[in-house]
Design a protein around this ligand. Structure first.
Ligand SMILES: NC(=O)c1ccc[n+]([C@@H]2O[C@H](COP(=O)([O-])OP(=O)(O)OC[C@H]3O[C@@H](n4cnc5c(N)ncnc54)[C@H](OP(=O)(O)O)[C@@H]3O)[C@@H](O)[C@H]2O)c1
Length: 307
């Protein structure tokens, strides 16, 4: 099968032929149709993962997937060959990936794709949608609160804007002037330009600070100054209580942990029309290296990969 792999860090990924994977105990094999780029793909290519988890070359890139089950391993229940599925490949050891014609995936990382969920959308939903869901839930956002989403222009950010709006929050989104339309389309109420004086622009809108912040990009510690005393910050980039010591702010690092409940919940939100998947560009498997480069340079929303 064809897969997008790296054989060492800091090299361009390339398409290579690899043996098709088997379904081990507790795993399924998915014939992958769609995926999308995530920060994890960039961190894998540039070697940042070396310090985060064990790995084995060749590493196949790609975490998200949507496709069809083609094999089921021992001990898997609730999924059968031929089922349409989607999800995110999150494992403790980095080797396999979903920028590939077939991927073996622990069954807990997959859910059946409901009829109303477009397969391309499903392939860009799991990891970023899960991170947004984890962030908004960890904040415990209440109606009427004001939240700054720092990194609102990315995939996680575009999901988080929509989820925060549905909680009844006022959303302040970071965007450069030319990106304002994008965040407004997903429901942002106010915009601050992160390429100039973010703190000054935020203070002009909210002199006492915002109730809470979702930190997806930029300097999370500096952001703590922009929160009202007793406010909250959640971070997908690992900013926790020690980092904001000295501020009267509760900081919580969040991780996306795959589960059937999380995936079914995200799928339902999309099917019910409460959540839009923010795909802005589409790439083929052969163009996946370019997709990762584009993601690292500057990208709006989700970059989809069609396998
Ligand atoms: N912990 C977890 O489980 C988990 C799960 C998913 C994602 N993540 C992480 O969460 C982060 C966001 O993910 P993503 O997929 O949304 O990434 P992304 O698509 O790269 O989004 C980040 C966005 O922030 C913008 N940005 C860059 N610098 C900024 C700054 N100083 N202030 C405000 N905005 C800035 C970027 O725009 P420009 O590049 O155009 O400036 C980009 O649009 C990534 O670091 C990712 O690795 C963590």
């Amino acid at each position: 099968m064809r897969a997008v792999v790296i054989d060492e860090f800091n090299t361009d990924p390339r398409v290579r032929k690899l043996p098709s994977p088997d379904a081990g105990d507790g795993e399924i094999v998915v014939d992958v149709d769609y995926s999308s780029v995530n920060g994890m793909d960039l961190f894998t290519c540039n070697g940042m993962v070396q310090h985060m988890m064990p790995y084995q070359f060749p590493i196949t890139l790609g975490r998200d997937f949507a496709g069809t089950v083609s094999a089921v391993g021992a001990g898997v229940s609730g999924l059968a060959v031929g089922d349409p599925v989607f999800g995110m490949l999150v494992t403790a050891h980095l080797h396999g990936g979903t920028f590939a014609e077939r991927a073996s995936v622990p069954a807990y990382c997959a859910a059946k794709r409901p009829h109303g969920l477009d397969p391309e959308d499903a392939g860009a939903l799991g990891l970023a949608g899960g991170a947004a869901r984890a962030s908004v839930d960890a904040l415990g956002l209440c109606p009427g609160e004001t939240v700054l989403i720092c990194g609102a222009t990315g995939g996680v950010g575009a999901f988080a804007i929509q989820m925060a709006k549905r909680r009844g929050a006022t959303v302040v989104a970071t965007a450069r002037p030319e990106q304002a339309d994008f965040v407004e389309r997903f429901g942002a109420d106010e915009i601050v330009d992160y390429s100039s004086d973010l703190a000054g622009e935020l203070r002009a809108l909210h002199p006492d600070g915002v109730d809470c912040i979702i930190h997806l990009a930029g300097d999370g510690i500096a952001l703590a100054d922009l929160i009202v005393p007793g406010g909250r910050l959640v971070s997908t980039l690992g900013v926790g209580p020690e980092a904001v010591a000295g501020h009267d702010v509760r900081a919580t690092p969040v991780m996306t942990i795959p589960s059937l409940g999380l995936l079914e919940g995200l799928a339902n939100e999309v099917v019910q029309g409460d959540l839009r998947v923010p795909i802005t560009h589409r790439y083929s498997l052969d163009e996946a290296a370019q997709a990762i480069r584009d993601f690292g340079a500057s990208a709006l929303g989700k970059l989809g990969v069609t396998v």
